[in-house]
Design a protein around this ligand. Structure first.
Ligand code: THU
Length: 163
């Protein structure tokens, strides 16, 4: 038996002004996307804005359902829209944030496991790292250069390949 250690690297910023112009624009668009989320059950509005290699910005927000498991998170709404409309274009960056009248996130939003797996698929599909910008209500912003950093030991397509 041996014990191994896995290390990830991430950056933290005190506020959005420390980031580049395009990152700030994505954060603003993600904040705005929260306003049109459909989240009557959780009252937790999540917004995502992603930048494609061709410069197009796509936004998405969480879409809930009275049959709770039928809901979809903001990240997947945005990513799947990008995949359906721009199947050949890689995703460069995604910013994710949230707004709620009842819950205040002082830490940057942390995407759920299913969204990490969905984002990872697009990273491997286009062989292109996706920068992920995580923003809370207020407070610091966390950035990883690749979805792989958020999902060590992710399930990969090669694992489905037959010998
Ligand atoms: N949610 C997202 O849209 N993205 C996340 O990363 C975390 C959670 C949504 C799902 C549900 O509509 C609400 O937030 C509360 O979990």
């Amino acid at each position: 038996m041996k014990k191994l250690e896995l290390r990830i690297v991430f950056s933290e910023y005190e506020n959005a002004t420390e980031l580049g112009t395009i990152e700030q624009e994505l954060i603003q668009k993600a904040i705005k996307a929260c306003d049109s989320a459909y989240a009557p059950y959780s009252d937790f509005h999540v917004g995502a804005a992603l930048l494609l290699e061709n410069g197009v910005i796509i936004t998405g927000n969480n879409q809930e359902n009275v049959a709770y498991p039928s809901a979809l998170c903001a990240e997947r709404v945005a990513i799947y829209y990008a995949g359906s409309q721009y199947p050949d274009i890689a995703i460069k960056t995604i910013a994710i944030t949230c707004k709620s009248a009842t819950v205040h996130l002082t830490e940057p939003l942390s995407p759920c496991g299913a969204c990490r797996q969905a984002m990872a698929e697009y990273e491997t599909r286009h062989n292109n790292k996706i920068k992920v910008i995580l923003v809370g209500d207020k407070g610091k912003i966390r950035v990883v250069e690749s979805v792989a950093d958020l999902l060590p030991f992710m399930f990969k397509a090669d694992e489905l390949k037959k010998a």
